[in-house]
Design a protein. Structure first.
Length: 282
């Protein structure tokens, strides 16, 4: 397993829903009371832990990660941080963001599939103020398989997110899927998951697997015109067949930790209005 995917320790899961110390996007500085836990010295990465609250035990919610919406603006601070990583110079037209689904537990019941909508990558046209595109990523458990579902949509307005405007549906333009892995025997966890990337390349937005002998790439075309990424959101964005105890652990580039997330185009980050309520599995 990728070294960013260190085990999730039960002793660190009794967390509040407030922003933790450090970068507003990352979870690395987890807190118990007022004592921060330093980032893993072997990684220096940026991690986001998400969970639907489980049962109550002795007054505590078990496996309760912060459920706030993380919001990464594509501003000069981000482009500078990505460009300093030693890779190609990051620009609005050409950049790559590596990420990893370190672990996922989406329930083990064979009765119904489950889904967690986790990521929205938004784009805006500089030619038309009301035009936009959003790449929405969700993890789906289908039987005993884990699938990355990708919806390419036209949002109903600028700054739209399914987390902050529930019930307002975008227009679906394209849908593609990538199978990520299978469940481990006698477990709700999945086997080692592949590392992935998001990419803006010319007139396309891509999602693909890294370090794979059989590369799988999903490509989504942008219309003609000048397009730029606006923001990357990570969180439990909408309640779609989620069940108690679902947990996801994603890692993002370490450069994300050096970005000032308080400045950028559009509206400032907004917390989801309510904690998602799990749907019962029949």
């Amino acid at each position: 397993m990728n070294r960013l995917c260190y085990p999730i320790l039960a002793s660190l899961l009794l967390l509040s829903g407030q922003a933790m110390a450090g970068n507003d996007f990352c979870d690395n500085a987890l807190a118990l009371g007022t004592d921060p836990v330093p980032p893993d010295p072997n990684t220096g990465g940026c991690e986001v832990n998400l969970a639907v609250p489980g049962p109550i035990a002795d007054g505590w919610v078990i496996d309760s990660y912060p459920l706030r919406l993380r919001d990464m603006p594509f501003n000069q601070s981000l482009y500078a941080a990505l460009s300093s990583s030693g890779a190609a110079i990051a620009t609005p037209e050409h950049l790559q963001i590596n990420f990893t689904v370190c672990s996922a537990s989406l329930g083990s019941s064979p009765v119904s599939d489950t889904e967690a909508a986790l990521v929205e990558w938004s784009f805006e046209s500089q030619d038309k103020s009301d035009a936009g595109r959003v790449l929405a990523l969700s993890l789906r458990r289908e039987g005993r398989s884990l699938v990355l579902n990708m919806d390419w949509v036209i949002p109903p307005g600028r700054g739209w997110s399914s987390a902050t405007a529930p019930g307002i549906e975008p227009l679906l333009v394209d849908n593609q899927r990538i199978k990520l892995g299978d469940m481990l025997p006698d477990s709700a966890q999945f086997a080692q998951l592949p590392r992935l990337y998001l990419k803006r390349d010319g007139r396309s937005v891509l999602v693909g697997l890294r370090d794979s002998d059989k590369p799988v790439v999903a490509r989504f075309e942008l219309p003609e015109g000048q397009w730029r990424p606006i923001r990357l959101r990570n969180g439990l964005l909408r309640n779609v067949q989620m069940v108690e105890g679902m947990k996801m652990h994603l890692s993002w580039p370490s450069e994300f930790r050096d970005v000032d997330v308080r400045s950028g185009p559009g509206q400032p980050p907004i917390d989801p209005p309510e904690t998602p309520v799990p749907n019962p599995v029949e």
